[in-house]
Design a protein around this ligand. Structure first.
Ligand code: BGC
Length: 384
């Protein structure tokens, strides 16, 4: 009798443990569900900007050296994105042949990256005529991609194709959807399983991911770019409108003393209001704070969870007109908040105006590197 009682006792304990395990695993899944972003690309990457997407490599101050890839790999990055202006190196008329010397240069650069076991994303960058005259340039764009797909069809799967950088202008969501989908179709006839990176209209904004209408294709990743708050990241940049030319914006706000606004800034009501908030609101609500970063990342994460399409932050960075401490703090915020949402990222960029590396001193800009690749030693102070 005593023997039977103790068996029943242990049986009951066993059942209780099993029930507990079952429910705790369910609740884990439920808790984790909002964060289930499918990951394909490695977590941490670097853009090799201002080199091959200049009209001629070197014209914007950067020529890609073979040694860059080892420097990048050794610092802890696992991916490089290589922006390329193919449109400046292909015949203007049919058959739109890509210059063979340029192709060889790209072969070489890709190979250097692969030799370091870096994943490589190549894209079509700064095809401005396509943005403004899509109907006239669609055929040429498709032909450029056909040539690229044929050339690299046998390359390892660590090579990724991103169809276009930051569609804008007359590439409205519907025009761009149509061209993007034709391009996917064209590439699929040559290479059925290469991972393709698609991009939303409106400069690749997270908020325009919802306008993407994509074919049913299991090898698609979507990208978006994040430069919020733009009045901080692009302050004083020569290529943006002059109402962004108020400099001295820090991250996070508010500043101790109010800024003197650029005369053109004063002409734009929403920007004047932005600066009022920047001067007054405490850190958690300040517009130069983590709120706009989180909003964009949440939007991208939620879209990815809903569609099942992996998401990738292909560019984020703060231009050198901002002070270095603020840039490092902003970079740390974006990097950390992305990783918290399991969104892989790629910093804009290696060695030019947003540069994390200095070509003159051959050194990393340490505060930026620390923000990107934290270690016990070099973790940047966490913001509250
Ligand atoms: C552009 C760069 C620019 C960067 C930040 C990139 O997509 O190609 O020219 O510096 O965005 O604005």
């Amino acid at each position: 009798m005593k023997f039977l009682t103790s068996r029943i006792f242990f049986l009951c304990i066993g059942i209780v443990i099993l029930i507990t395990l079952f429910f705790s695993s369910c609740s884990n899944q439920i808790l984790q569900f909002p964060h289930l972003v499918k990951q394909v690309l490695p977590l941490r990457g670097m853009n090799l900007g201002n080199a091959l997407e200049a009209p001629v490599e070197g014209e914007w101050g950067v020529v890609i050296e073979d040694g860059f890839f080892q420097i990048i790999r050794q610092a802890g990055f696992e991916l490089v994105r290589i922006p390329i202006r193919w449109s400046a190196h292909a015949l203007k008329g049919f058959p739109y042949t890509i210059d063979p010397d340029f192709f060889q240069r790209i072969d070489h650069v890709i190979q250097q990256a692969l030799n370091q076991e870096l994943a490589v994303v190549i894209n079509v960058h700064h095809y401005e005529e396509l943005n403004w005259f899509p109907a006239d340039h669609q055929e040429r764009f498709l032909s450029i991609w056909k040539q690229i797909a044929l050339r690299y069809a046998t390359y390892p799967e660590l090579l990724f194709f991103e169809l276009l950088n930051e569609p804008t202008g007359n590439l409205t969501p519907s025009t761009w959807n149509s061209i993007q989908n034709k391009t996917i179709q064209e590439i699929r006839q040559i290479d059925p399983t290469r991972w393709l990176i698609v991009t939303p209209a409106d400069w690749g904004s997270a908020f325009s991911l919802k306008y993407l209408s994509l074919p049913d294709d299991p090898y698609l990743i979507a990208t978006f770019h994040l430069y919020e708050p733009f009045l901080f990241t692009h302050q004083g940049a020569s290529w943006v409108p002059s109402y962004y030319h108020t400099v001295g914006v820090i991250y996070p706000g508010p500043p101790d003393t109010p800024l003197q606004l650029h005369p053109d800034t004063l002409e734009v009501p929403w920007i004047v209001r932005w600066f009022e908030d920047y001067h007054e609101l405490p850190y958690p609500q300040n517009p130069s704070g983590p709120i706009p970063v989180r909003r964009a990342l949440n939007t991208a994460r939620d879209w990815s969870v809903k569609t099942g399409i992996p998401i990738w932050l292909g560019e984020f960075g703060a231009y050198e007109m901002a002070d270095l401490e603020s840039r490092a703090r902003w970079t740390q915020t974006v990097r950390q908040e992305s990783e918290d949402r399991q969104i892989p990222w790629t910093y804009w960029e290696f060695a030019a105006g947003f540069g994390a590396y200095c070509l003159n001193t051959h050194q990393w800009v340490q505060p930026l590197l620390d923000a990107l690749i934290p270690s016990d030693k070099n973790e940047v102070d966490q913001l509250p």
